[in-house]
Design a protein around this ligand. Structure first.
Ligand SMILES: *[C@@H]1O[C@H](CO)[C@@H](O)[C@H](O)[C@H]1NC(C)=O
Length: 293
């Protein structure tokens, strides 16, 4: 007579195998969008982190506008990144996660607002100037030589200047009117300047299930660093926190709604320099890992 367990063991093993397969199968693909003056190469470590903790995850680091190409007009980049992201989404009926670094976060924000029917589940912004940038760090001096931050607005807020990616999120708190008039990117994306797609863009953006905002005080490039979670300078260069920003209070692009839903998660980490965010395993463990399911 056969002992009851001999027939049950294979069944149990089979079930475990099936379960494991289901779990691996369950991780949504992760789409990575790089930042200014970098490219997919800089994200190999991050990709390794993801596959190590969640084996079987598809990771797509989009190879577009790499390195110096990243300085090209931002709306043009948005158009092409949107196309690439859409192709991945179409092959992933269960949805994708979008993980975007620095300038890439600003690109992703525009992609989300201008993509009807997107299926991005979680949008992770890794040290991005989401509320703008006002600071001329060494890193940016490579791009804008001989310009002190006080003068950049003259260069940026016109048709020519807007052809350089960085000018599209340059936010000079001392020249608000010029920013609203001459910046044809960020004031529209954040709904600071009314436009006819406001309602549609807000609805598109709000299709995401979760937004994770990562940044920290030792970043050294994003200025003010609180811009990584929608804080920004007022005219006296004091930082006004996200919830006191006009675009938040007036819910111009969906931020207040998302926050009220409980779907904005902020993860502040100190001791991380700008170009180290994506390769720091502590940051990955503390701020990213749990959302990639
Ligand atoms: C990694 O991140 C942690 C905080 O999450 C920080 O304390 C540490 O200094 C970082 N290390 C590097 C090399 O950036």
């Amino acid at each position: 007579m056969m002992a009851p367990w001999t027939s049950r063991v294979p069944l149990a093993v089979l079930l475990l195998v099936l379960l494991a397969a289901r779990c691996t199968d369950g991780y949504k693909p992760v789409v990575i969008v790089h930042g200014i003056l970098d490219g997919p190469k800089e994200f190999e470590t991050l990709s390794t982190f993801i596959k190590k903790v969640h084996p079987g995850t598809e990771v797509h680091t989009i190879s577009l506008y790499n390195n110096l190409e990243s300085l090209k007009p931002l709306w043009m980049q948005v158009r092409d990144f949107k196309k690439a992201i859409k192709e991945i989404m179409n092959k992933s009926p269960k949805g994708v996660h979008l993980l975007c670094f620095s300038q890439g976060g600003v690109i992703c924000r525009a992609v989300l607002s201008t993509s009807p029917n997107h299926n991005v589940h979680t949008f992770i912004s890794l040290s991005s100037p989401l509320a703008g940038q006002y600071g001329d760090t060494d890193y940016l001096k490579k791009v804008l030589p001989n310009h002190a931050k006080k003068m950049v607005y003259i260069f940026c807020y016109n048709k020519m200047g807007q052809k350089m990616s960085m000018c599209s999120y340059w936010n000079d708190p001392h020249h608000r009117a010029d920013y609203l008039r001459g910046n044809t990117f960020l004031p529209l994306i954040n709904g600071e300047k009314p436009h006819k797609f406001m309602k549609e863009w807000r609805e598109n953006f709000l299709r995401i299930k979760k937004m994770v905002l990562i940044g920290g005080p030792d970043d050294g490039v994003i200025t003010p660093w609180q811009s990584s979670y929608y804080g920004f300078y007022d005219a006296r260069e004091d930082v006004v926190e996200m919830r006191n920003q006009e675009f938040y209070k007036r819910d111009t692009f969906g931020l207040r709604t998302l926050d009220a839903r409980g779907d904005v998660s902020v993860c502040v980490q100190s001791g991380v320099e700008h170009t180290h965010w994506h390769s720091n395993f502590t940051v990955f463990t503390n701020c990213i890992e749990k959302w990639l399911i």
